[in-house]
Design a protein around this ligand. Structure first.
Ligand code: FES
Length: 97
């Protein structure tokens, strides 16, 4: 079963079903963050920042990133496991087994 959360006021869905736009500074959508969390075992906002750039600007989206991390930690995924772009070499230490 997937968890559903009402979309906060002011949020807009992505046109192609990528979920909410989470990071407005870097145009990062929920699906991208969730798939990176799943693929790379990300556990912190800093790790999400390194992997996706979400959260690297004004920091306003950090609570939403925390919510996605918590939801994924519970196994409540909204999107199928994806195949995000490979991490750049400098970020590969983030990969967990
Ligand atoms: S909205 Fe994500 S860093 Fe500004």
């Amino acid at each position: 079963m997937t968890e559903t959360t009402p979309m906060p006021a002011g949020r807009s869905p992505a046109p192609a079903g990528d979920g909410e736009k989470i990071c407005y500074c870097f145009e990062v959508y929920e699906k991208t963050i969730e798939q990176a969390v799943r693929a790379f075992g990300l556990r912190t906002v800093d790790e999400v920042k390194q992997a996706t750039k979400a959260g690297c600007g004004c920091h306003t989206c950090h609570p939403e990133i925390e919510e996605i991390l918590a939801r994924c930690a519970r196994g409540a995924f909204r999107f199928p496991a994806g195949n995000p772009a490979p991490l750049p070499p400098a970020l590969r230490p983030l990969r967990r087994s």
